[in-house]
Ligand binder design. Structure first.
Ligand SMILES: *Cc1c(COP(=O)(O)O)cnc(C)c1O
Ligand code: SF4
Length: 527
């Protein structure tokens, strides 16, 4: 634009209602006339000179904002500071002219800024508490390093053993006695854990153990990995294994015509206290024979509706690289299989497993057909600089990394914890995908379950407050995945739909598509 154009104010749209109102308010005489001192007057006058002399919007807003405040507090009108209404009008027009979107002073000051301030208040509590109530493993890193040093000394591990997957598995913590040496637990707790671990397998990698904050009551990482007495007390009612109803072939689970899972192993690096597959996972490590995989592959090969194959477990990354290379190669060779997923918690339980060879295998297969890595992170505490870096490398070599969290009491069932989890996950190159309601099928973890309304609040409260692509879908697993979100369509009013803003509960009217226009088959190039 030609520079001279800036001074042709008469070309501008006129001042809007917000601004004329603002100017009228400022022109109102005070109930008790003020007489500001010379210093104050010089100060305001110099702000005016700066606003009038520049090409920036902020000094104009600062000036109007100060004038409004002084007027409201009875400390003086613009005239008292030697600024005329004509000068203010000129400045207001100038603001509109500078601003690319022609936002007026009044609009910005009396509408947009208060709206932004109200929105800010929605996150203030979260921002104040997220560091203390839900610290991430990145924020706790110095403590984790201290834990690591203590654990390495207790277990007799050196750096090389710590940084290798076999070292992590060889030194895995699977007895109460060892656990007691690594984290301080009260005696009574130890006895109860000893009883539970007679029936339920406990295994923590030394790395995952280092994420537990000693002395914390119900540390969220410990809750996920160290079984407690409730598991036995709750075990009363047995519910039949989930898999039977949905396993059309060996190792295969199928809920949907286009998607199947291959349960490629029953092993995990760490065994979760809330594991949905408690009945299959972690009793005894099993290595499956090639013919078992062969039968699963035959089923997929023979069924050309199947387009997406999930390799799960257990934990897909427990499989040796050679096995993963083979399995992915077999799937890539099936024409109708178009995408793959790998389910793994290893990036948070034993990130050292993700070596360059594995990354090469993933990239090679991803170049043929997209691979998504699907992980499970339930607390921000599980994201450390090490796991974040692992996810960064995985996300570079695959299509995407997705998180399927489980909603668990005491672990992530508050707004602060859930928001922090989702933000931290996203900052670690992972997309929040699902938030699973903790299953009713395993009575062993009834004590972890969270009511529907709480879960809904956690998820709904994220809308409008954190990035849309950091918000997971809230899901019940009941022979397939069923969304649990509440509807934001409240009712109809004529052809309008009444919607509710999840972040403020405010209702808004939203015109629906005109049904007559929609019914007209002759449109666009077809008229
Ligand atoms: C979770 C799951 C899927 C995948 O479901 P999406 O909604 O596609 O993520 C497929 N099959 C089984 C058996 C599953 O448990
Ligand atoms: S990683 Fe998954 S399969 Fe393994 S124990 Fe945990 S929840 Fe179960």
């Amino acid at each position: 634009m030609h520079p001279e154009h800036h001074d042709r104010l008469e070309d501008n749209p006129p001042l809007d209602g917000y601004t004329t109102e603002l100017l009228a308010d400022l022109a109102q005489p005070l109930a008790i006339p003020a007489n500001p001192d010379a210093e104050r007057r010089a100060e305001v006058r110099s702000l005016y000179e700066r606003a009038a002399g520049g090409q920036l919007t902020a000094p104009i807003i600062t000036l109007f904002s100060l004038l409004l405040e002084l007027h409201r507090e009875g400390k003086g009108t613009p005239a008292d500071f030697g600024i005329s209404t004509a000068e203010l009008e000129h400045l207001a027009l100038r603001h509109q002219q500078i601003d690319e979107h022609m936002v007026s002073v009044g609009g910005r000051l009396t509408r947009a800024l208060p709206i932004a301030a109200a929105a800010n208040r929605r996150v203030d509590e979260y921002l104040a508490e997220k560091g203390t109530l839900a610290p991430s493993g990145i924020e706790l890193w110095h403590k984790i390093l201290a834990n690591k040093a203590r654990i390495m000394a207790e277990l007799g591990m050196d750096e090389a053993a710590w940084n290798s997957f076999p070292g992590q598995i060889r030194h895995a913590v699977d007895s109460v006695d060892t656990l007691a040496r690594l984290i301080d637990l009260p005696r009574a707790q130890l006895e109860s854990i000893a009883k539970v671990t007679a029936s339920y397998r406990m295994r923590l990698t030394p790395y995952y153990t280092s994420l537990i904050m000693p002395g914390a009551v119900n540390d969220p990482v410990m809750l996920q990995s160290v079984p407690t007495g409730e598991m036995i007390e709750n075990a009363g009612i047995e519910i039949p294994p989930v898999a039977a109803d949905h396993s059309p072939a060996r190792l295969v689970d199928q809920f949907y015509p286009r998607v199947v899972t291959i349960k490629a192993t029953n092993m995990c690096a760490m065994y979760c206290t809330h594991c949905l597959r408690l009945a299959h996972i972690g009793r005894r490590d099993q290595v499956y024979a090639k013919e078992a995989y062969g039968e699963a592959l035959d089923y997929i090969r023979a069924n050309d509706r199947i387009r997406d194959v999930l390799i799960t477990g257990g934990d897909a990354f427990v499989l040796p690289n050679s096995m993963l290379r083979w399995l992915l190669g077999e799937l890539d060779a099936i024409d109708h299989v178009r995408l793959k997923r790998l389910g793994t918690r290893i990036p948070v339980t034993a990130p050292m497993r993700v070596d360059d060879e594995l990354l090469d295998i993933l990239e090679e297969s991803n170049d043929r057909k997209p691979i998504r890595v699907v992980t499970q992170i339930n607390t921000a505490q599980e994201i450390t600089p090490v796991s974040r870096d692992t996810f960064r490398r995985l996300s570079k070599r695959t299509f995407t990394v997705l998180n399927q969290a489980v909603l668990l009491k005491g672990i992530n069932d508050s707004r602060v914890k859930m928001w922090k989890l989702c933000e931290t996950v996203q900052e670690a190159y992972v997309r929040p995908y699902y938030l699973f309601n903790c299953s009713y099928r395993n009575p062993q973890f009834a004590h972890f379950r969270v009511p529907l309304e709480v879960g809904r609040d956690l998820v709904e409260s994220m809308y409008g407050n954190i990035s849309g692509d950091a918000i997971p879908r809230y899901i019940a697993t009941a022979g397939g995945k069923i969304p649990l979100h509440r509807s934001n369509v409240v009712r109809r009013s004529g052809n309008d739909i009444i919607l509710i803003k999840p972040w403020s509960e405010e209702e808004v009217s939203y015109p629906d598509a005109d049904p007559e226009v929609y019914a007209n088959a002759r449109f666009a190039f077809n008229r």
